[in-house]
Design a protein around this ligand. Structure first.
Ligand code: NDP
Length: 394
């Protein structure tokens, strides 16, 4: 029997469960391109419930305990005295979400002597030192595609929020004002703008497909070029580097994984080459942007706005400058954890566990590392994994 250590974000401050705005979430039957949804033998939750917080427990607790496993669920993950640190040494399985990552550094992996399986309930396993996991033969899996469309929708929302300056307008409305001139002094139409997509993977392509009907001029860069028919369908211009892309965009959206190549990429030097008044939306990873360079670019007017919902580390400290920098529309890493997305990645997490405990293979699209090497999705996406887990300071 295994000990399963699950690190989740805290419950709502008003208590669990929250009062739900809707009774159901729509049923999605397949992902774009025909990839299949999670297929566990059963689920122990109602889709649309809050599953990502401690009391939601990803809908796993009752089932795991009925199978004889020990389950520890906590949000307490920071510092040497945290419950996560205390429970880690004899844990067989660790599960956490990128929104509230349990940073599995090389040092922690060394102390987790029994650890065999690490699951990212969601997408993006850069909070685990994958090289250290490989050295120990630990399996790391994530629930590919589970929240890609959730993030793409959030990206489109943040592009519009920035360009139309929604935050200012909403604030004026809430504060009882009606100065329309103040409300529109930074408000533009997205139509006709040049939108550049950095990395056209699952999320990047979903953003392209959702923004195309706005009548924007789309361009992108990626390690590999998309098929010509796809480029033609969306009027896409390809750039062979981020340096070339950013010179010709009004809006940049960022969808690359955090690797040694992408860490700190959005720095003073690169930002200085963007047209004055450009916007950046980064829902990929906070560490892809140089924190202080973004603040400087907003203060100087080089950037007209910055949004995204990823930070480094997470949770970000209360004094993090991105919370208060001018013209930001930041969110606290919520894009991939809508109630709709939670249902999919909770089901995917259960599928991975069911197969693991039954000694069956985890499907390749969920595998990141296994048996000492990058496998499945990991072989494609994470081969250039940073040598340290993100948020190493945690
Ligand atoms: P994919 O693996 O489908 O796409 C990533 C793309 O990035 C691939 O096309 C890849 O290229 C490309 N890429 C990698 N490195 C570079 C580079 N150095 N330069 C240019 N392109 C590069 O991932 P997803 O679209 O599903 O997710 C993207 C990222 O978004 C994740 O890694 C994660 O960090 C983040 N994410 C955030 C979430 C949130 O809640 N905010 C939720 C889910 C993901 P190629 O395949 O051609 O090698």
């Amino acid at each position: 029997m295994a000990k399963v250590l699950i690190v989740l974000y805290p419950d709502p401050v008003t208590g669990y469960p929250p009062e739900y705005a809707r009774d159901t979430v729509p049923e999605i039957t397949e992902y774009p391109g025909g990839a299949t949804l999670p297929d566990p033998q059963a689920i122990d939750f109602v889709p649309g419930q809050l599953l990502g917080s401690v009391s939601g427990g990803l809908g796993l607790k009752r089932w795991l305990e009925s199978e004889g496993h020990t389950v520890v669920i906590t949000s307490d993950k920071e510092g040497a005295d945290s419950m996560f640190e205390r429970e880690l040494p004899d844990a067989d399985v660790v599960i956490s979400q990128p929104f509230w990552p349990a940073y599995l550094t090389a040092d922690r992996i060394e102390r987790a002597e029994k650890l065999q399986l690490v699951i990212t309930a969601g997408i993006g396993s850069d909070h685990t030192d994958l090289n250290a996991a490989n050295a120990r033969g630990i399996t790391v899996a994530e629930v590919t595609y589970s929240n890609s469309i959730s993030v793409a929708e959030h990206t489109v929302m943040q592009v519009l929020v920035l360009v139309r300056d929604f935050v200012t307008q909403h604030r004026i409305s809430e504060e009882g004002g009606w100065n329309i001139a103040d409300a529109v002094s930074r408000s533009y139409d997205l139509e006709g703008m040049r939108v550049g997509v950095f990395a056209a993977g699952r999320i990047g392509r979903a953003v392209i497909e959702r923004l195309a009907p706005f009548g924007v001029r789309l361009s992108y860069t990626d390690r590999f070029r998309l098929p010509r028919e796809y480029e033609e369908r969306y009027g896409l211009t390809f750039h062979d580097s981020i340096e070339s892309l950013v010179r010709e965009v009004d809006v940049l959206t960022v969808h690359a994984p955090l690797t040694d190549e992408t860490r700190g990429l959005l720095d003073d030097e690169l930002l200085a080459t963007m047209p004055r008044g450009a916007y950046i939306v980064n829902p990929a990873r906070g560490a892809i942007a140089d924190r202080d360079a973004i603040v400087r670019a907003l203060e100087s007017g080089r950037l007209a706005g910055y949004a995204g919902d990823v930070w480094d580390p997470q949770p970000a400290p209360a004094g993090h400058p991105w919370r208060t920098m001018p013209h930001n529309a930041m969110t606290t890493h919520t894009s991939g954890t809508s109630l709709s997305g939670q249902a999919r990645y909770a089901a995917g997490t259960r599928e991975i566990l069911e197969r693991w405990f039954a000694g069956e293979e985890i499907r390749p699209e969920y595998l990141i590392v296994e048996g000492g090497g990058y496998r499945g999705t990991g072989a494609h996406s994470y081969a250039q994994q940073p040598t340290q887990a993100a948020g190493e300071q945690a």
